[in-house]
Design a protein around this ligand. Structure first.
Ligand SMILES: Nc1ncnc2c1ncn2[C@@H]1O[C@H](COP(=O)(O)OP(=O)(O)OP(=O)(O)O)[C@@H](O)[C@H]1O
Ligand SMILES: [Mg+2]
Length: 252
């Protein structure tokens, strides 16, 4: 049975999409059938893989219609990597979903044979704790929480972890935190070191040992429609994401 990971944090711009795309790419490159599901109306994960935004079937059709996630999956380019693209109408799903009874479990209900077909599925969440993220967290087995090393919003993070606790109690008892991931780390700055020290002090082993460095290669790769692990495979960012994939697999 494959594992479904949500990559989530209600804070914007912390590296969720970059992490989802690159972890998916690493898992696929290691020979695993891998699925990336873009759940953000910004469609950043979709375009980062060079796919067109707003094509259908999309994750919107899975959330609001009868399309199963497995049916909506299409080959994403690299071997073993599949994508369910996002479309801008996902922004409307946040309004439509609450009107549907039991809407929190729609994505989980529509995973269909995804867990049999894909060893790893990554759900790239939007920067909010709205109905779409709740669907992702209800469908997922494990959550990866990227945290930007340049700004510590401990309160926001604690609040997010509390929300995960609520989802675990009410909707998805299986949900576990895979780990907090420090992203955009610039070791030359005191601030990054302080943020890392503070996170490790507060959250201990919940924080991945692997840290993702701030890197121009990581930032530019979406404009090539490629994961950094394909665009610049020997760059520090690519090395870090491969290390993260290994650490994630070792965490079980
Ligand atoms: N390690 C990194 N080094 C340099 N730039 C990075 C790195 N990780 C992410 N970025 C850049 O930072 C910006 C935000 O990253 P990303 O889109 O992954 O965050 P996000 O959490 O998905 O954002 P949103 O909340 O808007 O969905 C992007 O422009 C991305 O290219
Ligand atoms: Mg994003």
């Amino acid at each position: 049975m494959g594992t479904v990971y949500a990559v989530a944090n209600q804070k914007g711009g912390v590296g969720k999409t970059t992490t989802a795309v690159n972890l998916a790419s690493c898992a696929a490159a290691a020979g695993n059938q891998t699925l990336l599901v873009d759940l953000d109306p910004q469609c950043n994960a979709t375009t980062a893989l060079g796919a067109a935004a707003d094509s259908h079937p999309s994750s919107y059709d899975c959330l609001t219609g009868d399309t199963s996630v497995a049916e909506a999956a299409r080959p994403a380019g690299p071997d073993n990597l599949w994508l369910v693209p996002a479309s801008r109408d996902l922004a409307g799903a946040a309004v439509e979903l609450p009107r549907i009874d039991g809407s929190e479990t729609r994505l989980r209900d529509r995973l269909g044979p995804v867990r049999e077909r894909f060893e790893a599925s990554l759900l790239d969440c939007p920067p909010s704790l709205g109905p779409v993220s709740v669907n992702a967290l209800t469908a997922a087995d494990r959550v990866i929480v990227p945290v930007q090393a340049e700004y510590l919003a401990l309160e926001g993070l604690v609040q997010f972890l509390e929300t995960l606790g609520l989802i675990r109690r009410e909707l998805n008892p299986r949900l576990e935190v895979a780990g907090l991931l420090i992203t955009m780390y610039d070791e030359r700055t005191r601030l990054a070191q302080d943020v890392e020290a503070e996170l490790r002090r507060h959250f201990g082993e919940m924080v991945f040992e692997t840290v993702i460095p701030r890197s121009v290669r990581v930032a530019e790769s979406p404009s090539y429609g490629l994961p950094v692990t394909e665009h610049a495979p020997s760059s520090r960012g690519a090395v870090a994401y491969r290390a993260l994939a290994t650490e994630l697999a070792a965490r079980g």
